[in-house]
Design a protein around this ligand. Sequence first.
Ligand SMILES: [Zn+2]
Length: 411
Amino acid sequence: MTQAKSTLITRIGELVTNAPEGGGSAGYPGRGGCHRDSRPAGFAAIPDAALVIDGVTVAWTGLASQAPAADAVIDAGGRAVLPGFVDSHAHLVFAGERGAEFAARMAGMPYQAGGILTTVAATRAATDATLRAGLRRLADEMLRQGTTTFECKSGYGLTVADEARLVTLAAELTPEVTYLGAHVVPPEFGGDADGYVALVCGAMLDACAPHARWVDVFCERGAFGAGEARAVLAAGRSRGLRPRVHANQLGRGPGVQVAVEAGAASADHCTFLTAADVDALASSGTVATLLPGAEFGTRQRYPDARPLLNAGVTVALATDCNPGSSFTSSMAFCVALAVREMRMTTEEAVWAATAGGARALLRTDVGHLAPGARADLIMLDAPSHAYLAYRPGVPLVRAIWRSGRLVAGAP
Ligand SMILES: [Zn+2]
């Protein structure tokens, strides 16, 4: 079995590189406010482009007219090529589903608090085989829609044994595993949040830390307060886990400040922010990860990305894929929502769904297509990235390469 060593993809209508220093690139229109030196250079694309994959990495990008020879050639026929999506926030290891709860919510029924606990009960009762099958189905669904890197959280086990099970299963499919024992206080603790936080920071962390890269906490009224969140993040950090925070989803609160103070890679949701929260994010390295699928699924107001972008905050987009509030695995859908509902330009939204997600995971090898990047890329059945928002709901991802290998679709 022989495999071509290098592959040239040529006649690309628009090659989104997110690497403006590459030859022939266009700048990043529409990004207002100040630029700090450490800020991402932003969206960049090359028209009439070509790209060479060599092994698992991108070897060359530039104008098609200047492309070097390669062992194999693929004609893109004027289609767009983008970095694979980086979904930096997802809850994929669970059992059961909550379609009836969603339908009731859309019919105007009041939101049933404790929805998470429905999934916790189903997850605890499920076998490893059931959980693994569900996770693999969702991961495959994501890949076929162009997501080549994803993060996966625990948080539906909430016992030492069940949380350990969830992070272990997640680690079978992605290195970006997040320990979210601090999702909600489970019912058997009868409201004893201190007792549960002690478990999350103790035996549960001991069992989960070896299988995880990240520690997360749901810092929200009704979940965990600032003091509890700080304790969880500090404990995780002491075991080598990097912090990230569910922050300011349901109302204003301390989540963003806690995230920034902890040096979190990302503060996620950021739906209700004060000016002080925006300032704190702007003066930190913490990414603001917006999750418009959650606003869609709960009929909440969408966050406005403009104040964040104008202040120079790094913004990521992710699906928050979970069975309760956001059961979408489609990054393209999130891009469309961000453009239509959150005042992001198509360039900003696509950057946030690729390079932004990579920043939220502290990854430099994905989210862009500069030479040396991992060859994770997607070809659209469309001439430009803008079609992801211009043609919402249409399956435009035609072919997907991961680590240089065609893994789904056909060019
Ligand atoms: Zn979440």
